[in-house]
Design a protein around this ligand. Structure first.
Ligand code: NAD
Length: 292
């Protein structure tokens, strides 16, 4: 392996320590404890583990964590009413609805119900719009974490070519928007399932962010030597040698990409820890704003 490992866990630990200091200072100076409400509908195992990790991280940073669990059979209006209550609750500075919601729910309607000033995931249309025009807003957590991970490689992105694979509203599109901001100044190509000859684009990229949700979407032969690879994918592949019967892998073939890249994120231990960290960051920021 030639590539430097971009250690998301280490960066997350350092950033969370900084956040914990910010939380302690806010408590001491203003008597305010940042509060995050996490709503989980149904019992999707991946969602349960994400929610558990978020709550643990929240408590470790000294924040208030409020968990609201609802059965998959709950009426959408009841969920919306719970969000409305949290919107009005002064102890809560951030509201997160774990996605995906079970079948039958309108994610759009549910996300729209979150007050933009408590939308610490950065998913409401108001926050997305503010991000696009460069206004003050909560940046979406995974894309924001990705920018931080690229920064630790020391690569100056100005004038570089960044290829983003995937055009989802939560990863691909916002990552492309953040990379093309003037403060970052990369030239961005957004690839997706309609892209013909993906490798022709990735081979000219200085940075590749892969968020396709499919193992082996990116392989070493598709990279320019020295490129930085950020692997967002979290895929469960069957593995009889593991206790759980599966192992996690990203969207990049780690072994072949690490031979060609200059730096690469591992899965797990890359993007995931930074996503939760930026959620805490936004919650602290929200608590500072309310009292500011
Ligand atoms: P999604 O399914 O909504 O979108 C995937 C996108 O990839 C689509 O836009 C599609 O056009 C594109 N795509 C798929 N296969 C492709 C191919 N072969 N070539 C080009 N484009 C292709 O997924 P998402 O919500 O953006 O998530 C992507 C992955 O990232 C998933 O594995 C998800 O679990 C993971 N994820 C991880 C974190 C984290 O914090 N680590 C956060 C969000 C998502």
């Amino acid at each position: 392996m030639n590539a430097q490992l971009i250690d998301g866990k280490k960066l997350a630990t350092e950033t969370r320590a900084e956040i914990a200091r910010g939380v302690a200072a806010l408590k001491a100076e203003k008597g305010v404890t940042p509060g995050l409400a996490v709503i989980l509908v149904g019992d999707n195992p991946a969602s349960v583990s994400y929610v558990t990790a978020k709550e643990k991280a929240c408590r470790e940073a000294g924040m208030l964590s409020r968990e609201i669990r609802m059965p998959a059979t709950v009426a959408e209006d009841e969920l919306i009413a719970a969000i409305a209550k949290l919107n009005a609750d002064p102890a809560i500075h951030g509201i997160l609805v774990q996605l995906p919601l079970p079948k039958g729910f309108s994610e759009k309607r549910v996300i729209d119900a979150i007050a933009p000033e408590k939308d610490v995931d950065g998913f409401t249309p108001v926050n997305v719009g503010r991000m696009l025009i460069g206004d003050d807003c909560f940046l979406p957590c995974t894309p924001h974490g990705i920018i931080k991970l690229i920064e630790v490689t020391g690569m100056d992105l100005a004038g570089k070519h960044a290829v983003v694979i995937g055009r989802s509203n939560i990863v691909g599109k916002p990552v492309a928007a953040l990379l093309s901001r003037k403060s970052v100044n990369a030239t961005v190509t957004l690839c997706h399932t309609g892209t013909k000859d993906l490798a022709a684009f990735t081979r000219t990229a200085d940075v590749v962010v892969v968020a396709a949700g499919r193992p082996n979407t990116l392989t070493g032969d598709m990279l320019k030597p020295g490129a930085v690879v950020i692997d967002v994918g979290v895929n469960r592949v069957p593995d009889a040698t593991k206790e759980k019967g599966y192992r996690l892998c990203g969207d990049a073939d780690f072994a072949s990409c690490a031979e060609v890249a200059s730096a690469i994120t591992p899965v797990p231990g890359g993007v995931g820890p930074m996503t939760i960290t930026m959620l805490l960051w936004n919650t602290l920021e929200s608590a500072r704003r309310v009292e500011g």
